[in-house]
Ligand binder design. Sequence first.
Ligand code: PLP
Length: 424
Amino acid sequence: MSQSGTGQSGADLALPEADWSPASLRAQFPILHRQVNGHALHYLDNAATTFSPLRVQEAVAGFENHSRANVQRGMHQLGVEATDAFEAARGSAARYLNAASSEEIIFTSGTTFGVNLAAHCLGQLLRTGDEIVVSVAEHHSNFVPWQRLCERLGLQMKLIPVQASGSLDLDGLETLVTERCRLVAVSHVSNVTGSVTDLKTVSRVARRRGALLFVDGAQAAPHGPLDVQALDVDCYAFSSHKCYGPTGVGVLWVRDAVLQTLPPFLVGGGMIERVTCEGTRYLHGNRRFEAGTPPLVQAVGLGAALDWLMELPWPAIRRYELGLTTRLLQGLSAIGGLSLVGERQPQGRAPIFSFAIEGCHSHDVCQILDDYGVALRGGHHCAQPLMDSLGLTATSRASLAVFNTREDVEALLHALQRTVELLR
Ligand code: PLP
């Protein structure tokens, strides 16, 4: 993903560029070397979930085999080691996001949980007549929780429209975000078009009106370290499984000044200060939002994944990715009847490409591509309001990870050409 305007920071810990090559990266992903339907695997569904490098798998196995115990309550050596590993993972997440403190990191089960947590807790601070602004391009995970909150509390939900390309149309934002608006919720990167939201503009308008800014970072976080302070947002959520980490864990970052105002979400063990038969006092800070045993093994894996990501030479990776993007866009545009949904220029976008082919259903397209070992996602991508706005019901979507190569792109273009010939 291009760095400009994304809040994506360089990686200070990065390996020298000379030590990096797609082949050296691919060696860390054994799954890439399997076959599918008699073909080499060309996995291009990374926006749905991606793979874990050996280093992450080893970190998980090392924790399981050496230090597994419950955290924050163990009165023994293993409990102390497990707590240290869990808190080290929190530190990695804080560094990855350039959070002011690891106290601002809440472990969740993923982006969806993070949005629901925020909607529930922030919702308790809202009143009938307040407004929430959400974009029409959101993944359902960053749409339905806010819609439901508005229905429940009698709030007004206003929608940022999209341009024909599917990118957010921010021209009317000043008018849309009124003094009654308490919260703006947008994604950093669209899971359908790969378009990058101009968060600085959104944040400037939200700040002027005194509204909070919640960001769904599920599709931005996999593309390199971020800087939530420079982006000037209030909450940022992402999922581990799209960031080369284990499933079942994610991060919700909340700016400390906001975190301190929030009531609890789930209640139970691990988040209390004192419970009596008469009532309960809750812990302050991030632990207030981590009731019960957290996904500690997965969090340790996520910490390893984020450390691994921070060591990658991002400038070199972005240059390589730009080459793949340029070739992919050019190849897609040469396929008859194919229309790309999203921006056509290779710069300033994430490597997520949706397209529709006249006369071919995306499910059929994906099924035939699979016969060639090419894995894509087809459907509405959990973004039905966006599909409705664009007059579409479904698209096929290719999404790149750091291990994808020119061979993957050529395999897709070749198989797509064959698919079109077969279906039309
Ligand atoms: N937001 C966006 C933009 C996504 O792409 C996704 C998943 O594809 C989600 C939220 C939901 O993520 P998860 O299923 O990991 O909670």
